[in-house]
Design a protein around this ligand. Structure first.
Ligand code: FES
Length: 567
Protein backbone atom coordinates (compact mmCIF):
# COMPACT_ATOMS: atom_id res chain seq x y z
CA UNK A 1 0.00 0.00 0.00
CA UNK A 2 1.34 3.47 -0.87
CA UNK A 3 1.91 5.87 1.96
CA UNK A 4 -0.89 8.12 0.63
CA UNK A 5 -3.46 5.37 1.18
CA UNK A 6 -2.42 4.60 4.74
CA UNK A 7 -4.23 6.39 7.52
CA UNK A 8 -3.51 7.84 10.90
CA UNK A 9 -0.27 6.90 12.56
CA UNK A 10 0.62 4.59 9.68
CA UNK A 11 1.15 7.55 7.33
CA UNK A 12 4.58 8.98 6.75
CA UNK A 13 6.50 6.39 8.71
CA UNK A 14 9.97 7.17 9.95
CA UNK A 15 12.49 5.25 7.86
CA UNK A 16 14.20 2.46 9.77
CA UNK A 17 14.23 -0.03 6.91
CA UNK A 18 11.37 -1.97 8.57
CA UNK A 19 7.88 -0.41 8.25
CA UNK A 20 6.26 -2.69 10.84
CA UNK A 21 8.94 -1.80 13.36
CA UNK A 22 8.49 1.91 12.60
CA UNK A 23 4.73 1.72 13.25
CA UNK A 24 5.16 -0.35 16.40
CA UNK A 25 7.74 2.12 17.69
CA UNK A 26 5.59 5.14 16.78
CA UNK A 27 2.53 3.70 18.54
CA UNK A 28 4.60 2.86 21.56
CA UNK A 29 5.93 6.42 21.84
CA UNK A 30 2.47 7.88 21.19
CA UNK A 31 1.06 5.72 23.99
CA UNK A 32 3.51 7.41 26.34
CA UNK A 33 1.27 10.48 25.96
CA UNK A 34 -1.58 8.48 27.48
CA UNK A 35 -3.53 7.54 24.35
CA UNK A 36 -5.28 4.19 24.16
CA UNK A 37 -4.78 1.80 21.25
CA UNK A 38 -8.31 2.62 20.12
CA UNK A 39 -7.68 6.38 20.05
CA UNK A 40 -4.48 5.85 18.11
CA UNK A 41 -6.40 3.88 15.49
CA UNK A 42 -8.61 6.88 14.66
CA UNK A 43 -8.10 9.31 11.75
CA UNK A 44 -5.66 11.97 12.89
CA UNK A 45 -6.43 15.66 12.56
CA UNK A 46 -3.41 17.88 13.03
CA UNK A 47 -4.09 21.36 14.41
CA UNK A 48 -1.50 24.02 13.69
CA UNK A 49 -0.80 25.90 16.89
CA UNK A 50 0.16 29.51 16.27
CA UNK A 51 -0.15 30.74 19.85
CA UNK A 52 2.85 32.87 20.76
CA UNK A 53 3.86 35.33 23.42
CA UNK A 54 4.84 37.54 20.51
CA UNK A 55 1.43 37.50 18.87
CA UNK A 56 -1.35 39.33 20.70
CA UNK A 57 -3.76 38.66 17.83
CA UNK A 58 -3.50 34.93 18.59
CA UNK A 59 -4.19 35.20 22.32
CA UNK A 60 -7.34 33.12 21.86
CA UNK A 61 -5.64 30.26 20.00
CA UNK A 62 -5.36 27.86 22.98
CA UNK A 63 -9.12 28.11 23.56
CA UNK A 64 -9.78 27.60 19.84
CA UNK A 65 -7.61 24.49 19.79
CA UNK A 66 -9.58 23.12 22.74
CA UNK A 67 -12.84 23.68 20.84
CA UNK A 68 -11.46 22.24 17.58
CA UNK A 69 -10.19 19.18 19.47
CA UNK A 70 -13.63 18.71 21.01
CA UNK A 71 -15.14 18.66 17.52
CA UNK A 72 -12.55 16.22 16.21
CA UNK A 73 -13.09 13.76 19.07
CA UNK A 74 -16.86 14.00 18.76
CA UNK A 75 -16.57 13.12 15.06
CA UNK A 76 -14.39 10.08 15.75
CA UNK A 77 -10.95 11.51 15.09
CA UNK A 78 -7.85 12.10 17.16
CA UNK A 79 -6.78 15.76 17.39
CA UNK A 80 -3.04 16.38 17.59
CA UNK A 81 -1.98 20.03 17.84
CA UNK A 82 1.50 20.86 16.63
CA UNK A 83 3.49 24.10 16.69
CA UNK A 84 4.33 26.14 13.64
CA UNK A 85 5.83 29.61 13.30
CA UNK A 86 3.66 32.50 14.41
CA UNK A 87 4.03 36.00 12.96
CA UNK A 88 2.84 38.84 15.18
CA UNK A 89 2.70 41.84 12.89
CA UNK A 90 4.25 44.45 15.14
CA UNK A 91 6.81 42.23 16.83
CA UNK A 92 8.99 41.35 13.84
CA UNK A 93 12.05 43.10 12.46
CA UNK A 94 12.46 44.32 9.79
CA UNK A 95 8.95 43.24 8.78
CA UNK A 96 6.68 40.22 9.08
CA UNK A 97 6.63 40.03 5.28
CA UNK A 98 10.18 38.66 5.29
CA UNK A 99 9.00 35.68 7.32
CA UNK A 100 5.70 34.84 5.59
CA UNK A 101 7.44 32.47 3.19
CA UNK A 102 9.45 30.92 6.03
CA UNK A 103 6.23 30.22 7.91
CA UNK A 104 4.65 28.82 4.73
CA UNK A 105 7.58 26.44 4.33
CA UNK A 106 7.29 25.43 7.98
CA UNK A 107 3.55 24.77 7.60
CA UNK A 108 3.97 22.78 4.39
CA UNK A 109 6.75 20.62 5.76
CA UNK A 110 5.10 19.93 9.13
CA UNK A 111 1.83 18.96 7.42
CA UNK A 112 3.71 16.76 4.96
CA UNK A 113 6.16 15.12 7.36
CA UNK A 114 3.83 14.23 10.23
CA UNK A 115 1.19 11.50 10.21
CA UNK A 116 -2.10 13.34 9.84
CA UNK A 117 -5.13 12.71 7.64
CA UNK A 118 -6.39 16.29 7.69
CA UNK A 119 -5.30 19.55 9.22
CA UNK A 120 -7.07 22.45 10.88
CA UNK A 121 -5.14 25.65 10.24
CA UNK A 122 -5.44 28.23 13.00
CA UNK A 123 -4.32 31.77 12.31
CA UNK A 124 -5.41 35.35 12.01
CA UNK A 125 -2.74 38.03 12.07
CA UNK A 126 -1.82 39.48 8.67
CA UNK A 127 0.81 37.06 7.41
CA UNK A 128 -0.34 33.93 9.20
CA UNK A 129 -3.46 33.28 7.11
CA UNK A 130 -1.62 33.55 3.77
CA UNK A 131 1.30 31.50 5.11
CA UNK A 132 -1.07 28.78 6.35
CA UNK A 133 -2.96 28.72 3.06
CA UNK A 134 0.24 28.70 0.98
CA UNK A 135 1.71 25.85 2.99
CA UNK A 136 -1.52 23.88 2.99
CA UNK A 137 -1.97 24.40 -0.76
CA UNK A 138 1.49 23.00 -1.43
CA UNK A 139 1.06 20.09 1.01
CA UNK A 140 -2.40 19.49 -0.51
CA UNK A 141 -3.75 17.48 2.40
CA UNK A 142 -7.43 18.01 3.35
CA UNK A 143 -7.39 21.30 5.28
CA UNK A 144 -9.79 23.74 6.89
CA UNK A 145 -8.99 27.19 8.26
CA UNK A 146 -10.18 28.66 11.54
CA UNK A 147 -9.31 32.33 12.03
CA UNK A 148 -8.83 33.92 15.43
CA UNK A 149 -11.43 36.57 14.57
CA UNK A 150 -11.35 40.34 14.87
CA UNK A 151 -10.94 42.26 18.11
CA UNK A 152 -13.64 44.50 19.60
CA UNK A 153 -13.53 48.29 19.63
CA UNK A 154 -13.29 50.50 22.71
CA UNK A 155 -14.00 54.22 23.30
CA UNK A 156 -11.87 57.31 23.81
CA UNK A 157 -13.40 60.74 24.44
CA UNK A 158 -16.65 59.58 22.92
CA UNK A 159 -15.02 58.20 19.74
CA UNK A 160 -14.79 54.53 18.88
CA UNK A 161 -11.27 53.25 18.94
CA UNK A 162 -10.11 50.20 17.02
CA UNK A 163 -6.76 49.09 15.71
CA UNK A 164 -5.45 50.13 13.47
CA UNK A 165 -6.93 52.86 11.29
CA UNK A 166 -7.48 54.84 14.46
CA UNK A 167 -3.86 54.18 15.49
CA UNK A 168 -2.83 56.19 12.46
CA UNK A 169 -5.51 58.86 12.72
CA UNK A 170 -4.61 59.69 16.31
CA UNK A 171 -0.89 59.53 15.56
CA UNK A 172 -1.39 62.02 12.70
CA UNK A 173 -3.19 64.35 15.13
CA UNK A 174 -0.29 63.99 17.55
CA UNK A 175 2.26 64.72 14.80
CA UNK A 176 0.28 67.78 13.78
CA UNK A 177 0.45 69.02 17.40
CA UNK A 178 -3.34 68.72 17.89
CA UNK A 179 -3.13 66.43 20.94
CA UNK A 180 -0.70 66.18 23.86
CA UNK A 181 1.80 63.43 24.77
CA UNK A 182 -0.54 62.51 27.65
CA UNK A 183 -3.47 62.10 25.29
CA UNK A 184 -1.59 59.93 22.82
CA UNK A 185 -0.56 57.77 25.78
CA UNK A 186 -4.22 57.38 26.75
CA UNK A 187 -5.04 56.42 23.16
CA UNK A 188 -2.20 53.87 23.24
CA UNK A 189 -3.75 52.31 26.35
CA UNK A 190 -7.11 51.83 24.67
CA UNK A 191 -6.38 50.95 21.05
CA UNK A 192 -6.18 47.20 21.45
CA UNK A 193 -8.37 45.99 24.26
CA UNK A 194 -9.31 42.41 23.39
CA UNK A 195 -7.80 39.35 21.78
CA UNK A 196 -8.15 39.07 18.02
CA UNK A 197 -7.03 40.70 14.81
CA UNK A 198 -7.29 44.35 13.83
CA UNK A 199 -10.81 45.71 14.08
CA UNK A 200 -11.10 47.20 10.58
CA UNK A 201 -10.93 45.90 7.00
CA UNK A 202 -7.15 45.63 7.22
CA UNK A 203 -5.09 42.78 5.86
CA UNK A 204 -6.13 40.24 8.50
CA UNK A 205 -9.85 40.89 8.01
CA UNK A 206 -9.48 41.00 4.23
CA UNK A 207 -7.62 37.69 4.20
CA UNK A 208 -10.20 36.09 6.49
CA UNK A 209 -12.98 37.17 4.11
CA UNK A 210 -11.01 35.99 1.07
CA UNK A 211 -10.32 32.64 2.73
CA UNK A 212 -14.05 32.20 3.28
CA UNK A 213 -14.70 33.20 -0.35
CA UNK A 214 -12.05 30.77 -1.55
CA UNK A 215 -13.93 28.10 0.37
CA UNK A 216 -11.16 27.25 2.81
CA UNK A 217 -13.24 27.91 5.93
CA UNK A 218 -16.78 27.27 7.04
CA UNK A 219 -19.33 29.68 5.54
CA UNK A 220 -20.23 32.52 7.86
CA UNK A 221 -17.18 32.28 10.09
CA UNK A 222 -14.77 34.94 8.76
CA UNK A 223 -16.11 37.87 10.77
CA UNK A 224 -17.08 36.33 14.11
CA UNK A 225 -15.33 38.41 16.79
CA UNK A 226 -12.47 36.73 18.61
CA UNK A 227 -14.23 36.92 21.97
CA UNK A 228 -17.68 35.80 20.78
CA UNK A 229 -18.92 32.34 21.80
CA UNK A 230 -19.82 31.71 18.15
CA UNK A 231 -16.09 31.71 17.42
CA UNK A 232 -15.64 28.69 19.69
CA UNK A 233 -18.70 26.98 18.27
CA UNK A 234 -17.33 27.53 14.75
CA UNK A 235 -14.03 26.03 15.86
CA UNK A 236 -15.80 22.95 17.24
CA UNK A 237 -17.74 22.44 14.00
CA UNK A 238 -14.55 22.97 11.97
CA UNK A 239 -12.84 20.22 13.95
CA UNK A 240 -15.69 17.84 13.22
CA UNK A 241 -15.68 18.82 9.56
CA UNK A 242 -11.95 18.09 9.34
CA UNK A 243 -12.64 14.42 10.16
CA UNK A 244 -15.13 14.24 7.30
CA UNK A 245 -12.73 16.06 4.97
CA UNK A 246 -10.16 13.34 5.59
CA UNK A 247 -12.68 10.65 4.66
CA UNK A 248 -13.76 12.56 1.54
CA UNK A 249 -10.18 13.40 0.59
CA UNK A 250 -11.32 16.93 -0.30
CA UNK A 251 -8.09 18.86 -0.77
CA UNK A 252 -7.09 22.52 -1.21
CA UNK A 253 -6.40 21.86 -4.90
CA UNK A 254 -10.06 20.87 -5.29
CA UNK A 255 -11.22 24.05 -3.58
CA UNK A 256 -8.80 26.83 -4.59
CA UNK A 257 -9.59 26.71 -8.31
CA UNK A 258 -9.42 29.50 -10.94
CA UNK A 259 -13.15 30.09 -10.33
CA UNK A 260 -12.61 30.47 -6.59
CA UNK A 261 -9.67 32.84 -7.10
CA UNK A 262 -11.70 34.99 -9.49
CA UNK A 263 -14.49 35.15 -6.91
CA UNK A 264 -11.95 36.17 -4.29
CA UNK A 265 -10.72 39.02 -6.50
CA UNK A 266 -14.28 40.33 -6.85
CA UNK A 267 -14.83 40.12 -3.12
CA UNK A 268 -11.51 41.86 -2.44
CA UNK A 269 -12.73 44.78 -4.56
CA UNK A 270 -16.17 44.86 -2.97
CA UNK A 271 -14.64 44.89 0.48
CA UNK A 272 -12.41 47.85 -0.35
CA UNK A 273 -9.87 45.40 1.05
CA UNK A 274 -6.20 45.64 1.81
CA UNK A 275 -3.61 46.15 -0.91
CA UNK A 276 -1.57 43.41 0.75
CA UNK A 277 -4.28 40.92 -0.09
CA UNK A 278 -3.48 41.09 -3.80
CA UNK A 279 0.06 39.96 -3.01
CA UNK A 280 -1.12 37.19 -0.70
CA UNK A 281 -3.86 35.99 -3.05
CA UNK A 282 -1.29 35.85 -5.88
CA UNK A 283 1.02 33.82 -3.66
CA UNK A 284 -1.67 31.34 -2.53
CA UNK A 285 -2.99 30.90 -6.08
CA UNK A 286 0.57 30.58 -7.41
CA UNK A 287 1.08 27.53 -5.20
CA UNK A 288 -1.58 25.80 -7.30
CA UNK A 289 -0.46 27.12 -10.67
CA UNK A 290 -3.13 29.84 -10.88
CA UNK A 291 -2.03 33.28 -12.04
CA UNK A 292 -3.69 36.44 -10.73
CA UNK A 293 -3.32 39.06 -13.44
CA UNK A 294 -3.33 42.79 -12.82
CA UNK A 295 -5.28 43.19 -16.06
CA UNK A 296 -8.03 41.00 -14.62
CA UNK A 297 -7.95 43.04 -11.41
CA UNK A 298 -8.53 46.23 -13.42
CA UNK A 299 -11.25 44.60 -15.48
CA UNK A 300 -13.13 43.50 -12.38
CA UNK A 301 -12.45 46.79 -10.62
CA UNK A 302 -14.49 48.62 -13.25
CA UNK A 303 -17.57 46.46 -12.72
CA UNK A 304 -17.40 45.66 -9.01
CA UNK A 305 -18.70 48.26 -6.57
CA UNK A 306 -17.31 48.78 -3.08
CA UNK A 307 -20.10 47.49 -0.87
CA UNK A 308 -18.58 47.28 2.59
CA UNK A 309 -18.48 50.48 4.61
CA UNK A 310 -15.62 49.68 6.97
CA UNK A 311 -12.56 51.64 7.97
CA UNK A 312 -10.17 52.55 6.45
CA UNK A 313 -12.41 53.07 3.40
CA UNK A 314 -15.60 53.82 5.36
CA UNK A 315 -16.83 54.23 8.90
CA UNK A 316 -17.58 50.91 10.55
CA UNK A 317 -15.66 48.09 12.22
CA UNK A 318 -15.53 44.32 11.89
CA UNK A 319 -17.94 43.77 14.80
CA UNK A 320 -20.47 45.83 12.80
CA UNK A 321 -19.92 43.67 9.73
CA UNK A 322 -20.53 40.59 11.86
CA UNK A 323 -23.75 42.14 13.20
CA UNK A 324 -24.78 42.91 9.61
CA UNK A 325 -24.51 39.24 8.68
CA UNK A 326 -20.79 38.87 7.94
CA UNK A 327 -19.61 37.96 4.48
CA UNK A 328 -22.89 36.31 3.49
CA UNK A 329 -24.67 39.53 2.44
CA UNK A 330 -21.59 40.67 0.50
CA UNK A 331 -21.67 37.40 -1.45
CA UNK A 332 -25.43 37.78 -1.76
CA UNK A 333 -25.12 41.23 -3.33
CA UNK A 334 -22.43 39.97 -5.73
CA UNK A 335 -24.08 36.63 -6.40
CA UNK A 336 -25.03 37.32 -10.01
CA UNK A 337 -21.37 37.84 -10.91
CA UNK A 338 -19.79 35.08 -8.86
CA UNK A 339 -18.87 31.69 -10.26
CA UNK A 340 -21.25 29.38 -8.43
CA UNK A 341 -19.32 26.25 -9.34
CA UNK A 342 -16.63 26.96 -6.74
CA UNK A 343 -17.06 24.76 -3.70
CA UNK A 344 -15.92 25.04 -0.14
CA UNK A 345 -14.60 22.73 2.57
CA UNK A 346 -18.22 21.83 3.23
CA UNK A 347 -18.34 20.16 -0.19
CA UNK A 348 -21.17 22.53 -1.06
CA UNK A 349 -20.87 24.82 -4.10
CA UNK A 350 -21.17 28.58 -3.83
CA UNK A 351 -24.35 28.42 -5.90
CA UNK A 352 -25.84 26.01 -3.36
CA UNK A 353 -24.74 28.26 -0.49
CA UNK A 354 -26.30 31.29 -2.16
CA UNK A 355 -29.57 29.51 -2.97
CA UNK A 356 -30.79 31.14 0.22
CA UNK A 357 -29.07 34.40 -0.32
CA UNK A 358 -29.02 37.31 2.11
CA UNK A 359 -28.59 40.98 1.28
CA UNK A 360 -26.88 44.03 2.71
CA UNK A 361 -28.40 46.09 5.51
CA UNK A 362 -27.81 49.22 3.43
CA UNK A 363 -25.36 50.66 5.93
CA UNK A 364 -22.45 48.40 6.80
CA UNK A 365 -23.03 46.27 3.72
CA UNK A 366 -24.51 48.50 1.05
CA UNK A 367 -27.06 47.39 -1.48
CA UNK A 368 -25.61 47.05 -4.93
CA UNK A 369 -27.66 49.94 -6.25
CA UNK A 370 -26.39 52.26 -3.46
CA UNK A 371 -22.74 51.30 -3.07
CA UNK A 372 -19.97 53.03 -1.15
CA UNK A 373 -18.29 53.53 -4.53
CA UNK A 374 -19.40 52.56 -8.01
CA UNK A 375 -16.08 50.96 -8.83
CA UNK A 376 -13.70 48.63 -7.01
CA UNK A 377 -11.34 49.65 -4.25
CA UNK A 378 -8.06 48.70 -5.93
CA UNK A 379 -6.54 49.50 -9.30
CA UNK A 380 -3.31 48.41 -10.91
CA UNK A 381 -1.15 50.99 -12.65
CA UNK A 382 1.52 50.49 -15.26
CA UNK A 383 3.82 52.88 -17.09
CA UNK A 384 7.43 53.86 -17.48
CA UNK A 385 7.88 54.04 -13.71
CA UNK A 386 6.15 50.70 -13.09
CA UNK A 387 6.60 48.46 -16.16
CA UNK A 388 5.39 45.36 -14.29
CA UNK A 389 2.74 47.12 -12.26
CA UNK A 390 1.87 48.99 -9.09
CA UNK A 391 -1.23 49.13 -6.90
CA UNK A 392 -3.33 52.04 -5.68
CA UNK A 393 -6.15 51.69 -3.20
CA UNK A 394 -8.38 54.29 -4.75
CA UNK A 395 -11.17 53.73 -2.24
CA UNK A 396 -8.87 55.01 0.52
CA UNK A 397 -7.29 57.81 -1.52
CA UNK A 398 -8.06 61.45 -2.28
CA UNK A 399 -9.57 61.49 -5.78
CA UNK A 400 -8.47 65.10 -6.29
CA UNK A 401 -4.97 63.70 -6.72
CA UNK A 402 -5.91 60.97 -9.20
CA UNK A 403 -4.97 62.99 -12.28
CA UNK A 404 -1.88 64.87 -11.26
CA UNK A 405 1.70 65.64 -12.09
CA UNK A 406 4.27 66.50 -9.48
CA UNK A 407 7.87 67.09 -8.64
CA UNK A 408 9.66 64.12 -7.10
CA UNK A 409 11.00 64.45 -3.57
CA UNK A 410 13.15 61.36 -3.33
CA UNK A 411 14.23 59.29 -0.35
CA UNK A 412 16.76 56.61 -1.23
CA UNK A 413 15.97 54.32 1.69
CA UNK A 414 13.97 54.03 4.88
CA UNK A 415 16.93 55.43 6.81
CA UNK A 416 17.07 58.41 4.49
CA UNK A 417 13.32 58.89 4.93
CA UNK A 418 13.57 58.77 8.72
CA UNK A 419 16.50 61.19 8.72
CA UNK A 420 14.97 63.89 6.51
CA UNK A 421 11.17 63.71 6.37
CA UNK A 422 10.69 66.11 9.28
CA UNK A 423 13.70 68.30 8.52
CA UNK A 424 12.40 71.90 8.54
CA UNK A 425 14.75 72.58 5.60
CA UNK A 426 13.35 69.75 3.45
CA UNK A 427 12.53 71.14 0.01
CA UNK A 428 8.94 69.98 -0.26
CA UNK A 429 5.61 71.49 -1.32
CA UNK A 430 2.09 70.10 -0.90
CA UNK A 431 1.80 69.20 -4.60
CA UNK A 432 5.08 67.27 -4.72
CA UNK A 433 5.20 63.48 -5.03
CA UNK A 434 7.05 61.75 -2.19
CA UNK A 435 9.14 58.86 -3.58
CA UNK A 436 10.67 56.08 -1.50
CA UNK A 437 13.26 53.76 -3.09
CA UNK A 438 14.78 50.48 -1.95
CA UNK A 439 11.92 49.20 0.17
CA UNK A 440 10.84 46.30 -2.08
CA UNK A 441 11.00 42.54 -1.49
CA UNK A 442 14.67 42.15 -2.44
CA UNK A 443 15.88 45.20 -0.49
CA UNK A 444 17.37 44.91 2.96
CA UNK A 445 14.09 46.40 4.20
CA UNK A 446 12.24 43.34 2.74
CA UNK A 447 9.11 45.22 1.68
CA UNK A 448 7.80 46.64 4.93
CA UNK A 449 4.54 48.53 5.37
CA UNK A 450 6.39 51.79 4.86
CA UNK A 451 4.64 52.95 1.70
CA UNK A 452 2.37 55.16 3.80
CA UNK A 453 5.07 57.82 3.98
CA UNK A 454 4.31 60.36 6.67
CA UNK A 455 3.34 63.82 5.53
CA UNK A 456 6.41 65.97 6.26
CA UNK A 457 5.91 67.55 9.69
CA UNK A 458 5.98 71.12 8.43
CA UNK A 459 3.26 70.36 5.87
CA UNK A 460 1.21 68.34 8.39
CA UNK A 461 1.26 71.28 10.77
CA UNK A 462 0.10 73.48 7.90
CA UNK A 463 -2.92 71.25 7.45
CA UNK A 464 -1.83 69.02 4.53
CA UNK A 465 -3.64 65.70 4.95
CA UNK A 466 -2.67 63.79 1.81
CA UNK A 467 0.01 63.77 -0.88
CA UNK A 468 0.88 61.38 -3.70
CA UNK A 469 3.32 58.87 -2.30
CA UNK A 470 5.14 56.27 -4.41
CA UNK A 471 7.26 53.29 -3.44
CA UNK A 472 8.09 49.64 -3.92
CA UNK A 473 6.99 49.04 -0.32
CA UNK A 474 3.64 47.83 0.99
CA UNK A 475 1.06 49.65 3.11
CA UNK A 476 -0.87 48.44 6.10
CA UNK A 477 -4.38 47.45 5.18
CA UNK A 478 -5.55 49.79 7.89
CA UNK A 479 -3.93 52.87 6.33
CA UNK A 480 -5.28 55.36 3.81
CA UNK A 481 -4.09 58.07 1.45
CA UNK A 482 -3.04 58.49 -2.18
CA UNK A 483 -0.36 55.87 -1.88
CA UNK A 484 1.01 53.95 -4.87
CA UNK A 485 2.60 50.71 -3.76
CA UNK A 486 4.35 47.54 -4.93
CA UNK A 487 6.09 49.30 -7.84
CA UNK A 488 7.65 46.52 -9.92
CA UNK A 489 10.36 45.87 -10.71
CA UNK A 490 11.53 47.32 -7.42
CA UNK A 491 14.50 49.68 -7.12
CA UNK A 492 16.78 47.03 -5.59
CA UNK A 493 16.16 44.81 -8.61
CA UNK A 494 17.13 47.64 -10.97
CA UNK A 495 13.63 48.89 -11.75
CA UNK A 496 13.08 52.44 -13.07
CA UNK A 497 12.18 53.53 -9.54
CA UNK A 498 15.92 53.40 -8.80
CA UNK A 499 16.48 56.04 -11.49
CA UNK A 500 14.20 58.75 -10.08
CA UNK A 501 16.05 61.85 -8.91
CA UNK A 502 15.03 64.86 -6.85
CA UNK A 503 13.07 67.30 -8.98
CA UNK A 504 12.01 64.85 -11.73
CA UNK A 505 8.45 65.15 -12.95
CA UNK A 506 6.11 62.20 -12.46
CA UNK A 507 2.59 61.82 -13.80
CA UNK A 508 -0.17 59.80 -12.17
CA UNK A 509 -3.31 59.04 -14.12
CA UNK A 510 -5.75 56.72 -12.41
CA UNK A 511 -8.14 57.11 -15.34
CA UNK A 512 -5.49 55.77 -17.74
CA UNK A 513 -4.05 53.37 -15.14
CA UNK A 514 -0.62 54.91 -15.67
CA UNK A 515 2.37 55.97 -13.65
CA UNK A 516 5.08 57.63 -15.72
CA UNK A 517 8.48 59.11 -15.05
CA UNK A 518 8.75 62.12 -17.36
CA UNK A 519 12.47 61.84 -18.06
CA UNK A 520 13.83 61.01 -21.49
CA UNK A 521 15.42 57.66 -22.19
CA UNK A 522 18.88 59.10 -22.92
CA UNK A 523 19.06 60.62 -19.46
CA UNK A 524 17.74 57.42 -17.89
CA UNK A 525 20.47 55.42 -19.68
CA UNK A 526 23.13 57.70 -18.21
CA UNK A 527 21.62 57.27 -14.74
CA UNK A 528 21.31 53.51 -15.18
CA UNK A 529 24.99 53.23 -16.09
CA UNK A 530 25.90 55.27 -13.03
CA UNK A 531 23.87 53.24 -10.54
CA UNK A 532 26.01 52.02 -7.65
CA UNK A 533 26.52 48.24 -7.47
CA UNK A 534 23.76 46.52 -5.49
CA UNK A 535 24.57 45.88 -1.83
CA UNK A 536 26.10 42.49 -1.02
CA UNK A 537 23.47 39.82 -0.35
CA UNK A 538 22.99 38.55 3.21
CA UNK A 539 25.74 36.07 3.97
CA UNK A 540 23.80 33.16 5.37
CA UNK A 541 20.61 31.55 6.59
CA UNK A 542 17.02 32.20 5.64
CA UNK A 543 17.71 35.80 4.69
CA UNK A 544 20.14 34.61 2.03
CA UNK A 545 17.58 32.12 0.73
CA UNK A 546 14.97 34.88 0.61
CA UNK A 547 17.27 37.31 -1.17
CA UNK A 548 18.29 34.76 -3.79
CA UNK A 549 14.79 33.54 -4.57
CA UNK A 550 12.14 36.13 -3.71
CA UNK A 551 9.89 37.16 -6.60
CA UNK A 552 8.32 40.55 -7.23
CA UNK A 553 4.87 41.65 -6.08
CA UNK A 554 2.96 40.43 -9.18
CA UNK A 555 4.14 36.90 -8.31
CA UNK A 556 3.06 37.35 -4.72
CA UNK A 557 6.61 37.81 -3.39
CA UNK A 558 6.80 34.05 -3.04
CA UNK A 559 10.10 32.21 -3.35
CA UNK A 560 10.52 31.03 -6.93
CA UNK A 561 11.03 27.36 -6.05
CA UNK A 562 7.88 27.23 -3.91
CA UNK A 563 5.43 28.12 -6.67
CA UNK A 564 3.71 25.33 -8.54
CA UNK A 565 6.25 23.75 -10.83
CA UNK A 566 9.16 25.27 -8.90
CA UNK A 567 11.63 27.80 -10.27
FE1 FES B 1 -2.40 41.28 13.99
FE2 FES B 1 -3.32 43.71 12.95
S1 FES B 1 -1.58 43.30 14.22
S2 FES B 1 -4.05 41.69 12.67
Amino acid sequence: MTDERKHGLARRLTHYGDADFALYLRRSFAKSMGYSHDMLSRPIVGISNTASGFNNCHRGVPELIEAISRGVVAAGGLPLPFPVSSLGEVFLHPTSMLYRNLMAMDVEEMISAQPMDAVVLVGGCDKTVPALLMGAASADLPAILVVTGPMMTSRYQGERLGACTDCRGWWARYRAGEISPQQIREVEDGLVTTAGTCAVMGTASTMACLAETLGMMLPGTATIPAVHADRLRAAEVSGARAVALAAEDLRPSHIVTPAAVDNALRVLLALGGSTNAIIHLSAVAGRLGIRVSLERLNELSEITPVLVDLKPTGEHYMEDLFAAGGLGPVLGELADDLDGSARSVTGVTLAERLAERTFGDGQVVRRREMPVAERGGLVALKGSLAPDGAILKRSAADDRLFESEGRAVVFSSLDDLAARIDDPDLDVEPNDFLVLQNAGPKSTAAMPEAGYLPIPAKLARAGVKDMVRLSDARMSGTAYGTVVLHIAPEAAAGGPLALVRQGDRIRLSVADRRLDLLVDEAELSVRRAALPPPPAPPGRGYRRLHFDHVLQAPEGCDLDFLRAGGA
